[in-house]
Design a protein around this ligand. Structure first.
Ligand code: AKG
Ligand code: FE2
Length: 570
């Protein structure tokens, strides 16, 4: 008997739709929602006080919660950009994580004294935890570590951060209400130190100690008991010991730790290797630096906005208006900026209109889920190397995606429609200090990646081109960086970056390794369209190589990672 099944309209990979762990800092969008929710509950709590719905004692406790909220807002606007500043996020989450339990206890007590009866508004406030995620310790820790990661990357001024709640580097400055207690600053430093961000963590802890000395006490936020200065001093001492040990054994940076370049211990610092820390030279176009400290250092410099492309490479780059010999685009050529010729990386400016960006964001917002890691041994795991939430849109889900596919296909001579076996639009919103650490976009299906030989991948072919569109501007941070090329791209709303992951022989271009830097200030939205190879059969020229030549290519490189970059248009 033959079974007839309904033909699927879109052929896609099966994706695990199970709800992932719920944390709030993993997308700025979620943080904005949380802020709106908190505003509503604060209004409710205020109304309970104003209408004297609870006893005088209870009114006092509720009042302290409202005051704590108002302190955090200060003179700032109560719009969504409030949550684009990491310190505001920290303060607001701490306020709720610590304070909301007190609101609940107060109202529960009120309930028992009133024989189980509470006014409607009180009941609604009490039911918050059932309806909405109330952030707790896990969220607060995630945010604290995120802030220290930002320090590790961007080296914002620690003193102005701890003393005035200001984020500043030479390039930019972002203020908050100015409030950061010693307790908070210290907690942030400790959490970072625990995650082996030792240099930055200890720097923040030391500044907190200085502030405590200047204030004559360890200042604490509302509802938190005072701490003894001795506790601070002891923790710092331990942290310094760990710092020096790791630095001595592992050097200043690996994938899992970072320290200053010089130990705290004066005797240890006299060791020859610390006397003149060697400046490592920039290594480009070389697969040997993959996963090394050099790659990481180049990655971080690019995140900070230091262009590493040598002059003789840069002098060959240019911007142009391009019509690609198509009548339509002769009237309205597109602005193209060449970032690298080999591998070919280009920015198509104003490729996505503002209203298209907004439509894609609004259609994706209700469907966002935390992004998982991909790659060997990492598939499906959660990790702060990738802090974002994402979802997928088909061409039919929005006018914008339909139009965009049409634009990509006509302008770039591609078959990018999801029905033609390319991927759907992946839409992602980064979270607090959200990043996507260095990676390849390719799936890879060679002998060492047998697990990827699943139906969809075999059928569609690998990710031949990456098209990555920025749907928002980012005030600070969030660069897209290519450490082996030495180039970075600053997100600009509406711009789309294109690069070829494969060469014409179907090889994997290792130089396309890239990542998204931690977002410092703002909300970063992107969309990815990965164009699969097989649909391009009639669109792109066939490989110029014979099967034997291709096999030879593969054999030359023991890692089977061939350097390519043969595609060069647009
Ligand atoms: O956000 C970025 O700048 C890079 C994103 C990326 O590489 C990806 O999503 O695969
Ligand atoms: Fe990527």
């Amino acid at each position: 008997q033959i079974k007839i099944e309904k033909k699927k309209e879109f052929i896609t990979q099966d994706r695990d739709e199970t709800e992932l762990e719920k944390e709030i800092y993993t997308s700025t969008q979620q943080l904005e929602q949380f802020f709106l929710t908190e505003q509503r509950y604060v209004e409710d709590v205020k109304a309970i006080i104003d209408k004297k719905l609870v006893s005088v004692d209870a009114q006092g406790a509720l009042g302290a919660y409202v005051a704590s909220y108002e302190d955090i807002i200060g003179e700032q606007d109560e719009d969504e950009t409030f949550m684009h500043n990491p310190l505001n996020v920290y303060n607001l989450i701490r306020h709720v994580a610590v304070g909301w339990g007190i609101i609940e206890d107060t109202l529960e007590k009120e309930k028992s004294t009133k024989g189980g009866n509470l006014p409607k508004r009180c009941k609604r406030v009490l039911a918050r935890r059932k309806r909405d995620h109330v952030p707790g310790a896990a969220d607060l820790d995630g945010v604290a570590v995120g802030i220290v990661r930002l320090h590790d990357y961007y080296k914002f001024n620690t003193t102005s951060f701890v003393e005035e709640g200001i984020f500043e580097t030479d390039e930019w400055r972002a203020e908050t209400n100015g409030d950061l207690t010693v307790w908070d600053a210290f907690k942030i430093g400790v959490k970072g130190t625990n995650q082996m961000l030792l240099g930055s963590g200890i720097d923040i802890m030391l500044n907190a100690l200085e502030k405590a000395k200047a204030d004559g006490m360890v200042t604490t936020p509302p509802f938190i008991e005072a701490l003894d200065l001795k506790v601070l001093k002891n923790l710092i001492k331990t942290a310094k010991t760990v710092h020096d040990q790791k630095l001595d054994r592992w050097g200043p940076r690996t994938a899992t730790h970072s320290t200053n370049s010089i130990p705290y211990d004066k005797r240890l610092a006299k060791k020859k290797k610390f006397a003149s820390p060697k400046l490592s030279e920039v290594v480009l176009n070389n697969a040997r630096i993959i996963d090394s400290g050099t790659e990481k250092e180049q990655y971080m410099n690019l995140c900070r906005g230091i262009d590493l492309r040598p002059e003789d490479v840069k002098s060959k780059l240019y911007c142009k208006y391009e019509h690609r010999n198509k009548p339509y685009y002769m009237y309205g050529p597109r602005k193209i900026e060449i970032v690298s010729l080999k591998p070919y990386i280009a920015v198509l400016h104003e490729f996505i209109t503002p209203s298209e960006s907004e439509e894609i964001i609004s259609k994706s917002t209700p469907k966002l889920k935390r992004s998982q890691m991909v790659g060997q041994r990492l598939n499906g795991t959660l990790d702060d190397r990738r802090v974002s939430e994402q979802t997928w849109l088909t061409e039919k889900d929005a006018n914008a995606t339909m139009r965009l596919t049409h634009r990509i296909d006509t302008f770039l001579d591609l078959e990018s429609g999801s029905t033609n076996h390319s991927e759907l639009y992946q839409v992602a919103n980064y979270g607090l200090a959200g990043q996507y650490d260095v990676h390849y976009d390719q799936v890879l299906m060679d002998k060492r990646h047998m697990q990827n030989r699943e139906v969809f991948n075999m059928f569609a072919g690998d990710r031949m081109a990456s098209l990555m569109g920025y749907l928002s501007d980012v005030a600070a941070g969030g660069h897209t960086v290519f450490p082996l090329v030495g180039a970075y791209i600053k997100p600009i709303k509406g711009a789309m970056v294109i690069w070829w992951n494969m060469d014409q022989a179907g090889g994997h271009d290792v130089l396309t390794r890239h990542g998204g830097c931690p977002v410092m200030i703002g909300s970063k939205w992107i969309t990815n369209k990965w164009v699969r190879a097989h649909s391009q059969m009639f669109k792109r020229p066939c490989p110029k190589y014979t099967g034997r030549q291709i096999r030879e290519f593969r054999n030359i490189d023991p890692m089977n990672k061939q350097r390519g970059g043969f595609f060069s248009d647009p």
